[in-house]
Design a protein around this ligand. Structure first.
Ligand SMILES: [Zn+2]
Length: 522
């Protein structure tokens, strides 16, 4: 099996993405995850540019990585100076990194207009910088910034830049589509032409401004590139870098090119989600291979076929990348999805059972009103059980009242008062909260706690509100999704109403009932 080296730059180029900022500890956790995944090189920052990156390199020096090499990043020396006198370059030596990537100019326009120096001096800068670092025992990669435009503008000069880096001792030269504007066929052609003219390894670094970073990277590999640069989840400046997640999966599963082991490939979904968590970026549901929707089937025809043979609508096995198949409940899903769900719940239900039809009708009318059971599997379970008479009421609401009070410029306060009947006994409780939903939650628990002590083990972990028809203004229905958890599980419930308190109450009651039903089974 041919092999490609993976070069991750999440911690450097990825950290340039809007909304991303890593602490030193974040960086350490990410680096260890990447190492475990089997990435070969981890570019982690610019030790000369700030103390945070310097601290990272020094700390990482102590925690040994198993597979990966840490790579420091920086630029060529300034025009008309000496590499050995350059403070940034000297910082590499202090950082303890044994691999370093140096980026430099290859586009004649940049040399003249940005560096404001001669083409010859730029070649001298590349040569002097690479040779100096190599003489100090470092392995050097040369990142040829804007290479594809440079090659188009002045083929001879751009190739000269690569050769100078190579002859000065660089381990590899990396062709960068810095502006991310390349089209796939263009990348393929250039790599095909450059490959035979370079003796050392060739790397590819693509940005996603044309929406083609992954495709361009794979085309580069097919044309002869040996090292692939990218970031986890495609984080990076502007539209991001090439996303290593689908790149890794495509290399392994589609092109038969080795990069990480098949065992580690099963970690792909987990690593992607963990790094999005640390990066404080919402995971993309539709992210190829690892998104929660990547193997989610919704259309009735699709569901039917997938149940007979998953290959009908799945391009790879979800488990191969650590993902799972999901059958979505929806009005489009029809009977099959209800039957599957019932099977999950070990409920006896057949296609021709009149109750199946009844549930389907009920689901369709609820979805029409704005319920969305794909995101609220616990509410769906309750709904099916109610329809099958496999559910009993844990309590009966007689009424509630929520009072929100603000007096002049004092702090706003909220109190909820609930009256309900539990096991034949009337309960009347009041509780305060940070807001109406929190106050209701507190009052409900207070009323139920003596009857159902396990409720103290659950708490609400997320609360989402969405206005369903924005145009209708305040009269629009709202959908409330509540996520709850206890020491073992996580479940979500839904409520829909034109009144946000009513919608929240529905989701809250479903959450509590789900918990009680779950505990009763044990
Ligand atoms: Zn970049």
């Amino acid at each position: 099996m041919p092999e490609i080296k993976l070069y991750d730059t999440t911690l450097r180029d990825g950290a340039q993405g809007e909304g991303i900022s890593y602490s030193v500890m974040d960086k350490i956790i990410i680096a260890r995850e990447l190492d475990r995944l089997g990435v070969h090189f981890i570019e982690a920052g610019w030790p000369g540019s700030n103390p945070k990156d310097m601290e990272f390199y020094q700390k990482m020096g102590k925690s040994r990585l198993k597979n990966a090499r840490l790579v420091a990043f920086g630029s060529t020396r300034r025009p008309h100076s000496k590499a050995k006198d350059d403070n940034n370059l000297r910082a590499f030596l202090k950082s303890g990194a044994s691999f370093v990537t140096i980026f430099g100019k290859t586009w004649d326009l940049h040399v003249r207009d940005v560096l404001k120096t001669t083409l010859d001096e730029n070649l001298e800068m590349i040569k002097d910088t690479v040779a100096f670092l190599v003489s100090k025992g470092l392995a050097v990669f040369y990142d040829a910034e804007h290479f594809f435009i440079a090659y188009h503008a002045n083929k001879e000069y751009s190739l000269k830049c690569l050769r100078v880096a190579q002859d000065a001792g660089a381990r590899a030269v990396v062709l960068c589509d810095t502006n991310g504007g390349m089209i796939t066929s263009g990348v393929f052609r250039v790599i095909k032409e450059v490959r035979p003219q370079i003796k050392v390894d060739l790397g590819i670094h693509c940005h996603n401004d044309s929406g083609l970073a992954v495709a361009n990277t794979l085309a580069a590999v097919e044309a002869g590139a040996d090292i692939v640069q990218g970031t986890i989840n495609g984080y990076g400046e502007r539209c991001g870098n090439a996303d290593l997640i689908p790149i890794i999966a495509n290399l392994k599963l589609k092109l038969g090119i080795n990069c990480i082991s098949s065992v580690n490939l099963k970690e792909l979904a987990r690593v992607s989600h963990l790094i999005s968590e640390i990066s404080n970026m919402k995971p993309r549901n539709d992210q190829p291979y690892v998104g929660v929707s990547a193997f989610a089937h919704k259309g009735g025809v699709h569901i039917n076929a997938v149940m007979k043979n998953p290959d009908t609508y799945e391009h790879v096995k979800p488990e191969s990348v650590g993902n799972r198949r999901r059958i979505l409940m929806s009005e489009l899903g029809g009977k099959t999805s209800i039957l599957l769900r019932a099977k999950d719940l070990e409920l006896d239900l057949t296609k021709d059972d009149p109750r199946t039809k009844k549930i389907l009708k009920l689901l369709q009318s609820l979805e029409h009103r704005g319920y969305h059971f794909e995101a609220a599997e616990a509410s769906l379970e309750l709904l099916i059980k109610k329809a099958l008479n496999q559910y009993k009421k844990f309590f009966e609401l007689e009424g509630f009242r929520v009072v929100v009070e603000k007096l002049s410029d004092k702090k706003i306060t909220t109190e909820a008062i609930i009256k309900l009947k539990v096991k034949g006994i009337k309960e009347h409780t009041a509780a305060e909260g940070d807001g109406p939903v929190n106050a209701l939650d507190n009052a409900l628990r207070k009323a139920l706690k003596d009857f159902y002590p396990t409720l103290s083990k659950m708490h609400l972990s997320d609360f989402k509100v969405r206005v369903l028809d924005e145009k209708a203004g305040t009269a629009a229905p709202v959908r409330v999704l509540i996520e709850s958890e206890d020491e073992k599980d996580l479940w979500s419930t839904i409520g829909v109403s034109e009144n946000i308190i009513e919608a929240s109450w529905q989701a809250l009651v479903d959450s509590v009932e789900y918990k009680l039903l779950k505990d009763e089974k044990k």
